[in-house]
Design a protein around this ligand. Structure first.
Ligand code: IMP
Length: 432
């Protein structure tokens, strides 16, 4: 069964969108299994820049695209993306949205913002798109699902039930503006008209595709260290980006997945708060940020930048079961004479470990132990084959392979589609 999961190996923003976009040409269906408009993909194709928050990257190849039950969907954002694609002459007929996906409602956004404000210095640094409150309501069984849009009576009833509680929180707890019942009901009824043709039984659709031997990609949003259960809690997102969640988020059995491609930057970034052992101190942080264009796609925030952390990556390899790795943005490191790579953490008691600490306090206080690799100090532009990479760049890549015991199958050397070098054929990676 030809199914591959593509998953972020760090704190998100690893360049997954571009890798999915590249492999999508050899696939038939591309699925998002979790997350919502907190994700942001930038894809440069044929000289045009596309920014997506909900849409799987396969849309640019005219592939079938699925948003599974594990996603939270802001209908306004999703409709804007559909409209934007159609304005640029791209068809959206092949887009399918699970009726079981949860809707982000205006109160989720208001509560996300109010709660971050209230937390002050203790804030998580969320994207403020309502992600946490929407997943919270899903677990509390107060959520409103995409399929509720199809029945105006049910929709109004659910909005009324939710608002009775949410407006209490907004007004009394946070001193914020309440959300108006008629206003939300009208808005969501109008979204229903636009979204109706896209709503489908996506679990069945993906199952049928796999049975027919079609090639399916599962595209994780965010990254492993932002995983709700296994990431750096509480500085995480509210869903499970790790590969196992592709099965639950879409509604297929885990035995259907054949390959897991991890995507990691050749260095490391993090947006929002939380510990970050290899965060660079001094002017190199700004240098990496400028060279890598490290500003959030969704929020425009500056990303915190650090050196590659192999302890974190080894943990990601364990949690996801990578069958291979894509190492992106190697070109960003081209102007550094020396490249520190974190190989172990030193804990507060002086011991050193290669394993990601299971206890938060160990992680919060650990110091990175670096091995310094030589840089290559020449641009990687125009390199069209791995064998033509400078010796030091190849050494950097094989250092990662040896530390993780995982092959690096793809290497990113620039922003455009063609700036990804494949150690073996693309089709072989997309079609295991
Ligand atoms: P939320 O997902 O908006 O609730 O934000 C929770 C944490 O996840 C914050 O640290 C965000 O900066 C981070 N986060 C969410 N989505 C992304 C992403 O796509 N890339 C990087 N960080 C993200």
């Amino acid at each position: 069964m030809p199914a591959t999961v593509i998953v972020g190996a760090q704190w998100g923003d690893e360049g997954k969108g571009k890798i999915v976009d590249l492999l999508a040409q050899h696939s038939d269906v591309v699925c998002r299994y979790q997350g919502g408009p907190n994700a942001g993909h930038t894809i440069v194709a044929d000289g045009k820049t596309y920014k997506f928050r909900h849409m799987p990257s396969g849309i640019l190849w005219g592939k079938e695209c699925v948003l599974g039950a594990g996603c939270v969907v802001d209908p306004q954002v999703f409709i804007e993306e559909l409209d934007g694609l159609e304005e640029r002459g791209l068809s959206t007929e092949q887009v399918h949205l699970s009726g079981n996906a949860q809707l982000i409602m205006p109160w989720h956004i208001a509560l996300d913002q109010a709660s971050e404000r209230r937390l002050g210095k203790l804030q998580i640094g969320t994207t403020r798109r309502g992600i946490g409150p929407a997943y919270g309501d899903k677990a509390a069984r107060l959520g409103i699902r995409v399929q509720d849009l199809l029945d105006p009576k049910i929709l109004r009833q659910k909005i009324a039930v939710a608002l009775a509680e949410k407006n209490h929180w907004l007004e009394r707890v946070y001193g914020a503006e309440p959300v108006g019942f008629e206003d939300v009901s009208h808005r969501y009824e109008s979204y229903a008209q636009r979204l109706r043709p896209y709503i489908a039984d996506t679990s069945l659709l993906v199952d049928c595709s796999l049975r027919e031997g079609r090639f399916v990609l599962f595209e994780g949003a965010q990254g492993t260290l932002l995983d709700l259960d296994h990431g750096t809690y509480p500085f995480v997102t509210s869903s499970n980006p790790i590969a196992g969640a592709a099965a639950t988020g879409i509604g297929i059995g885990p035995t259907r997945i054949d390959a897991v491609l991890g995507v990691a930057k050749a260095y490391l970034t993090r947006v929002g708060e939380g510990p970050f052992p290899t965060e660079i101190e001094g002017p190199d942080q700004e240098r990496v940020r400028e060279l890598g264009g490290e500003y959030g796609t969704v929020t425009g925030r500056e990303r915190r930048c650090g050196w590659l952390d192999l302890v974190g990556l080894r943990y990601a390899a364990r949690l996801n079961g990578f069958t291979s790795l894509a190492l992106t943005k190697l070109d960003v490191l081209s102007s550094f004479a020396e490249l520190p790579v974190c190989v172990r953490y030193r804990l507060r008691d002086g011991t050193e470990t290669e394993e990601f600490p299971a206890h938060q306090s160990d992680f919060h206080h650990c110091e990175p132990v670096y091995e310094v690799l030589p840089g290559w100090e020449e641009p990687l532009d125009g390199m069209d084959d791995v064998s033509r990479l400078p010796e030091a760049a190849r050494r950097y890549v094989s250092f990662v392979e040896q530390a993780l015991e995982v092959d690096v199958s793809l290497i990113g050397t620039g922003a455009a589609r063609e700036h990804v070098l494949a150690q073996r054929g693309l089709a072989a990676i997309a079609r295991p």
